[in-house]
Write a protein that binds this ligand. Structure first.
Ligand SMILES: Cc1cn([C@H]2C[C@H](O)[C@@H](COP(=O)(O)OP(=O)(O)OP(=O)(O)O)O2)c(=O)[nH]c1=O
Length: 189
């Protein structure tokens, strides 16, 4: 018998990426408050938030495989989540302009007492961006629900010079690695 799969996420992008597995799954939004402890390593932060998201849904779905995920952009010692407003989005993008930053995505898969967590790190280098280019991008509205104030899969594609690592992890779900972790946990694909 194959137990069912649940994605503990409100993100339409994560849903689209998990559909690449070509198996049915349910989406249940987790309702944790995302608090980032800046003293922790970013890998630990995203893994812990992913685990909290998965656990909040797994507690009432003990027989299911529940996937939680969290993405943060890290530049130097700054961890960037979603911008609070357009002004903050501008500032984040000005900071990332012409530089290389890291995107950390943590994943936690929980089934009953079995917990598998990991994170992926991808380096992303931006072209040098003029203030006009940044303002034009922010006016699309795209940055507002995204860590680091950009979406590589959208108009944000035009900001990116190169990446090193898993593209899908930047978008929010390292789906190839997830497939492998599910198999290790005994999920029948
Ligand atoms: C850097 C980057 C982030 N993002 C997104 C992925 C995540 O959805 C979002 C970071 O916020 P998260 O808090 O990781 O996720 P979420 O609030 O969107 O969804 P949920 O917690 O319910 O799973 O930024 C992109 O879509 N493209 C990008 O290039």
């Amino acid at each position: 018998m194959n137990s069912n799969l649940i994605l503990a996420s409100a993100s339409p992008r994560r849903k689209e990426l998990l559909e690449l597995l070509r198996i049915p799954f349910e989406v249940i939004k987790s309702d944790i408050e995302e608090i980032v402890d800046e003293k922790l390593h970013p890998g630990e932060v995203v893994q812990s938030l992913a685990q909290q998201k998965a656990a909040s849904v797994a507690s009432t779905n003990q027989d299911s495989f529940v996937i939680g995920s969290d993405t943060l952009v890290v530049y130097g010692d700054r961890m960037l989540g979603k911008p609070f407003n357009e002004d903050e989005a501008m500032k984040m993008l000005q900071m990332l302009s012409g530089k290389t930053h890291e995107v950390y995505t943590g994943v936690s898969i929980i089934r009953g007492d079995d917990v598998h967590s990991f994170y992926e790190k991808t380096s992303v280098t931006f072209f040098s961006l003029s203030n006009k280019e940044i303002a034009d991008y922010v006016s699309t509205g795209e940055p507002m629900d995204k860590a680091g104030a950009y979406g590589i899969q959208g108009f944000g594609a035009l900001l990116v010079k190169k990446i090193d690592g898993d593209y899908y992890s930047v978008v929010g779900l390292p789906v190839a690695r997830i497939k492998r972790e599910l198999l290790k946990m005994g999920f029948k694909l």
